[in-house]
Design a protein around this ligand. Sequence first.
Ligand SMILES: Nc1ncnc2c1ncn2[C@@H]1O[C@H](COP(=O)(O)OP(=O)(O)OP(=O)(O)O)[C@@H](O)[C@H]1O
Ligand SMILES: [Mg+2]
Length: 393
Amino acid sequence: MKTDRHVLVAATDVELLAAVGRAIHGLNNISVEIARADGGGGLWSKAARAAAVIVEVDGRSNGATTLVRRLSGSARDGGLIVAARDADGESVRALFRAGATDVLTGPFTPDIVQASLSEMLQDELESAEAEGRVISVIKGSGGAGATTFALNLAALLAKGDEKRHRPARSAAVLDLDLQFGDTDLALDLLPRATVIDVLQAGDRVDPRFLEGVMTEHPSGLKLLAPPPTIVPLDALNANFAVDLVEHASRGFQRTIVDLPAAWTDWTFPVLSRSDLVVMIAAPTVAGAVGARRMIEGLKAAGVQTPVFLVLNRLHGLVEAFDKPSRIGRNLAMGVDAALRFDAAAPKAADRGQLVVEAFAGAQLSKDLRACAAKLEGRLEALSAGAAFAELAA
Ligand SMILES: Nc1ncnc2c1ncn2[C@@H]1O[C@H](COP(=O)(O)OP(=O)(O)OP(=O)(O)O)[C@@H](O)[C@H]1O
Ligand SMILES: [Mg+2]
């Protein structure tokens, strides 16, 4: 994730801070840094690094225009929003003359702040959109449901969700399960090219090449298919695997990576490059032990990517209610989503269909839709920056 797309906020007004928090929450891939409004604490150099600056001034004080003049010299071109709660017409004009790109007077609402920021950050937001998000899916043991999750998630993201105001995203699935990958079967596709073609192309692989060897599914998702035969896991190496993920993130808004059950030399680099690691575990003692092992493995390898924990195959409502909190307590982390056991899953897989498409009304499909919405929310919250998550709540 890039770190230079941040907004510097030099303010103490509680209404303004809350409005910025909510406004940022609605913008993708923008984080926030809070600074003192009096010019201290390295304000000028911080302003120079920020994509936009929001500064609070007392519009009636003489010092306001001086501060704005200095800041407009430091801030990037056209990136200075001045919040002056009680400024009258004349003060507002003076602030514009001093170099403000926009002047906001009270009351400070999220809509007003967001409109001002969106205009200012248009280029930043467009380039943020151009760089997609990578979600890697791992499991504690084979058969946990990682592939089912990866494919259904990709199809849901590709479709979007009008009811939940979630836009459709271009979605890719990279099946890097080089030995037992079965996504092509699960989707009933006959790929003309697979990951083997990517391995053979070596340095020639770029985002366009990658897209060219992917197979489109009617849901809209595009699949980098697994090899037709067993390939040694070290056919991939860390640099190549990370480059591959990077290329996919340029071409698609969401890239979902299905990884082998065994961890390889390139597993940690791929997980580190991801924006989110989805961990699939069974709601059993063995599942919890496997999840703990994965959490410890990530920690030991220094992977800092946030984890989204999904329990799969819960039996009935009572278990769905009770087990996630027990397992979460045991692992000292929250369970982010629970998927119920549902015979629709293998039935759909046997037909080469996605459960969310073949059995849209099934319990598992409902759980998957809720989970997709939560995961998208998590991606947005991550980019909005932790500093404002609480204010925005
Ligand atoms: N919630 C569920 N309820 C019932 N069956 C499920 C559920 N989720 C997955 N399954 C079934 O479990 C089997 C294994 O699922 P899947 O292939 O997704 O797991 P995996 O973690 O990718 O396994 P592998 O280690 O083989 O890659 C499939 O038959 C699938 O249909
Ligand atoms: Mg699998």
